[in-house]
Design a protein around this ligand. Structure first.
Ligand code: SF4
Length: 466
């Protein structure tokens, strides 16, 4: 076989619908380049989750890239653990290769530590100062800096050193928001008349839009200072530059090493989607959606919009359009768990077979794969105790939750979810794939529930609701 899946892993958020945007955009960009047979996204706090994402891959050759700006807790602990990589701690330069469930998995370093990022820094610098080099110009790379993770600073120093060696600037500095040498003290350290500041941050946000400009007294893209006279050119963060897509491609190539061949169609994945399409050809209700064959196309709509005249609904014709339209609930809430019963109404999507698969993956990530396994009695569930034991960092305290506390929270949270808690011992012998519309298995507590259990253990859960 020669088929390859690329998986981009993001942090995601239970609260902020924009958190996953950067990873989503890179996935779209890479899809449009057709270098991989598929590009899949997976998130810690959204779906498909890290626990589910491999199951959603169509091929047996999978490269997983953590979309993080630096090494640290997520890239070294959380992601390898949740993927079941059997590796903890620093990831070697060549990555970690494993065979998991019949798939060859290659886990790479985060994109931010790739040496090519120094070129991205220079590109960002040239955007604000096209002739960004020379005797009178300093380059400042601004990092976050945190005492919790030394590695996040290392990469900023390394990039500064790489650029320094090229001799393009009179001075090159690595300065930090939260530690010495502090970016706020730049006037004491930087002598050059022209200063280009490039934030080594993953995305545009609180830090790049508020903290840095405030600490450094910047007023927009260009700020003039007097006494001594200096002009600061403030660039956009490196993490959102389109050239990061090239860094991702290179990382994936390097992870592959000398091995030329890719993988094959994953047999379980293929069987699941073939079974799904056989059902869809007959018309199918799945959770809150209704799928109806429509000539050679399919129409998808909210089940509560059954029978409504098509003209009264917004017609969508692409999976991406559908994603954009259903990303938030009717009341504008973020939907980190897609099977919570809050899918908005009022739309219909008209799609061909290929797009239907993508649309269902977007609406209900991993549900087809897991339901098919459940119907075939091969879905392995993870009891709460095992999930709790795996937790680290701020979530380790969920291990202290009593069974009664877990049940209270689950009744509340999972009560609003379409899924049946197989992990809590609830039985599910048939699924929507067997014609029982609402029957979707939950094999393992999701991170949303884990976070709520943590609130409960901390005694904060009632307060939030109030
Ligand atoms: Fe739904 Fe509960 Fe499972 Fe989360 S743990 S996916 S809320 S059933």
């Amino acid at each position: 076989g020669t088929m390859r899946s690329l998986v981009l892993i993001g942090h995601g958020s239970h609260l902020n619908p924009e958190s996953a945007a950067a990873v989503y955009r890179y996935a779209e960009l890479l899809r449009s380049r057709h270098l991989f047979d598929e590009v899949v996204e997976g998130y810690w706090k959204e779906e498909p989750s890290l626990r589910q994402v491999l199951r959603t891959c169509a091929y047996t050759d999978v490269t997983v890239i953590p979309m993080f700006i630096s090494e640290g807790y997520f890239t070294e602990t959380v992601i390898p653990r949740e993927l079941g990589l059997g590796h903890q701690g620093p990831v070697p330069r060549e990555g970690v290769a494993r065979t998991i469930g019949g798939r060859t998995l290659r886990y790479t370093l985060p994109y931010g530590v790739h040496p090519r990022m120094s070129e991205v820094i220079l590109e960002r610098a040239r955007e604000v100062l096209p002739d960004a080099s020379g005797e009178d110009t300093a380059l400042v790379v601004i990092g976050h800096g945190t005492t919790r993770n030394e590695n996040s600073n290392k990469v900023v120093y390394q990039n500064a050193e790489l650029i320094r060696q090229q001799g393009l600037f009179a001075e090159v500095h690595a300065l930090f928001l939260d530690e010495e040498p502090k970016a706020a003290d730049w006037r004491e350290r930087v002598q050059a008349r022209r200063v280009v500041m490039v934030p080594f941050f993953a995305s545009e946000g609180w830090h790049t839009l508020e903290t840095i400009p405030e600490d450094l007294e910047l007023r927009g893209e260009v700020t003039h200072f007097s006494d001594p006279a200096q002009t600061v050119y403030y660039a956009r963060p490196v993490g959102t530059h389109p050239a990061v897509a090239d860094v991702i491609v290179q990382l994936a190539e390097e992870a592959r090493g000398a091995s030329e061949r890719g993988g094959d169609r994953d047999p379980e994945h293929r069987a699941a989607w073939e079974a799904f399409l056989r059902r869809a050809d007959l018309g199918l209700r799945m959770g809150e959606i209704l799928i109806a064959p429509h000539g050679s196309l399919f129409e998808v709509r909210h089940a509560l919009d059954e029978g409504r005249a098509s003209e009264t609904l917004t017609t969508l014709v692409t999976p991406e359009g559908l994603r954009e339209h259903t990303r938030l609930s009717e009341t504008g809430e973020h939907r980190p768990v897609h099977t919570l019963r809050n899918l908005r109404r009022g739309w219909r999507a008209v799609l061909n077979r290929t797009d239907l698969i993508r649309a269902v993956h977007i609406l209900y990530p991993a549900v087809v794969e897991e339901s098919h396994a459940c119907s075939g009695h091969t879905l392995r569930s993870t009891p709460w105790a095992t999930t709790a034991r795996r937790q680290t960092g701020i979530y380790a305290k969920v291990q202290r939750a009593t069974p009664a506390q877990v049940e209270t929270v689950a009744r509340d949270v999972c009560g609003a979810c379409l899924k049946t808690r197989v992990w809590a011992g609830h039985r599910l012998n048939q699924t929507f794939m067997d014609g029982v519309p609402g029957a979707i298995p939950c094999a393992e507590a999701c991170t949303f529930l884990i976070a709520e259990v943590r609130e409960e253990v901390s005694g904060k859960r009632g307060q939030k609701a109030a």
